[in-house]
Design a protein around this ligand. Sequence first.
Ligand code: PRX
Length: 657
Amino acid sequence: MPPPEPTASPAIEVYSLEDRRFPPPASFKADALVTGNELHEEAERDYQGFWARQAADLLTWRSEWHTICEWELPYAKWFVGGTLNAAENCLDRHLAEGRGDKIAFHWEGEPGDTRTITYAELHAEVCRFANVLKSLGVTKGDRVAIYLPMIPELPVAMLACARLGAPHSVVFGGFSSESLSDRINDADAKVLVTADGGWRRGTAVALKASADAALAATPGVEHVVVVRRTGEDVTMAEGRDQWYHDLMAEAPPDCPAEAMDAEDLLYLLYTSGTTAKPKGIMHTTGGYLTQVAFTHKFVFDLHAHTDVYWCAADIGWVTGHSYIVYGPLVNGATSVLYEGSPDHPGRDRWWDIVERYKVTILYTAPTAIRTFMKWGTAEPAAHDLSSLRVLGSVGEPINPEAWMWYREHIGGGQTPVVDTWWQTETGAIMISPLPGATTTKPGSATFPLPGITAEVVDETGRPVARGGGYLTLTQPWPSMLRGIYGDPQRYHDTYWSRFEGRYLAGDGARVDDEGYFWLLGRVDDVMNVSGHRVSTAEVESALVDHASVAESAVVGAKDDVTGQAIVAFVICKGDQEPTPELGQELRMHVGAKIGPTARPKTVIFTDDLPKTRSGKIMRRLLRDVAEGRDLGDTTTLADASVVEEIRRRAAEVPEED
Ligand code: PRX
């Protein structure tokens, strides 16, 4: 792995000016689950014992573990010897305790159709679908790929897999067919669950057509189950494709849950790294469920009997896995699940949802908050948002301005805001305030949670007590990734090789004089667009795949709305004229190959790229150009005139929408 580049210093200067503080309001404290330091103190005395208590308190086990944690760096096992089933923890035990009639999901489709799903109903549908999967030959250990919009069948399919002990691999519905086939093949999935389509901004987005294109390149898939959502015409391959509703109509209702080892694989989720090939992050059962349940309960101060919780992420990302499906369901919460976009039919769709369902806890991303800021305060002000009592943020650094806007205009100027730092790899929230206990500062994720130890280190791996550096984690945590599917060497190289004995998160961070953590963004070649990780290498290889492109370099440049925007520097092949039309075509090409999130905002044509003498592209300089800054250190640049030429070209390019 190349050494990470230094973090941008302007962010540090801005943050250090921040001296606003928000202690939890007395009215919030009065009813909060945690108001003091007790959990942190307990975990400091014995962090493994602390997690064992959570595992016992929050989950139902089939059999006890004999060892809390086995730590053979870089591999951890938690609750060794214990057995349990994730679906049973999410469903059956609530039924057993008389809560079958409680609402699990208030689902709302984008066109306005709704479904209210109780725990008993969800349980019934999951059992039936588990039987469907069984009838298709799925058994414990088989991988199942899921490519669905945000409809109830998505959590149903995940939980049905968990019930059988078949790891699921959910692929975000916005990904292209090529991304889907890569992921299906890497996981060697034998069944795919998809839909005819989903609704997005009033139009039906075809999913089955995209799945069909993927399936042409996935010989291992034996069966495809198709949910009818939009009613569009689809092609059904004889003998391979079957309708969900047809299969469900014939499936028996009872399906016992498999007893799974705490360390059995619960799911794979692919995430971008510094090469074009995405990493299949592995999450197992006991430790993962313990930490997602703990964090969902305490970070959001969940009062399961009264709260209406809404995580507005897509289930296709880890946020949705942990905080729409597993955490809330283990905790018996009532959640909102919304299919579509925030501006359909109007820009007040979210606030209308909050008002109608009386949402009390809202969890979203800075990119959404900044979009709402751009749209103005009239929309939220026109709705009664007084039910909200906790606001969460995740996915990228939240700038203090957006944090303040969120608190003020969505939270009525008094709702605690919890900025939660974590990653696909960490599985659950790692650094965050506890809303009834922590005094927050706008833009800071504050402190590592109880049972978590994070340290910022310098280039040499020495801890930095105060100041900036690389964020590392120094002790195993229950929901940590157990590796990269099929690639142990990459697991070792990516996370454990830079600093001995430390997990490298790949993020820059600063610790202030009071020990607060301020996250500063990625330090490696991974961009963060609207809270989604996109690797520069993946976009570059999509660009070079176009017949007119000889070479390309891609960087993430600061963007007011999406956090970072993708700027592509492109060298055309000999006879190809660089035209604005070609720029547009390349953007579409990347969108089609990887998905709309990865589409460059700007394409800048150039004759050359700045490289070191060893031929490595100097992205730092390109970032300077893309963000319009003076050039940083150019001493290792092979030909200094290249950047000036690129800068001249960049000034001529209009930004795309
Ligand atoms: O750079 C950090 C940023 O998102 C990355 C993880 O992305 P992903 O695996 O897709 O998971 C996103 C949802 C957990 C991190 O390495 N990130 C996430 N949360 C924050 C954040 N950056 C700053 N502050 C946060 N609260």
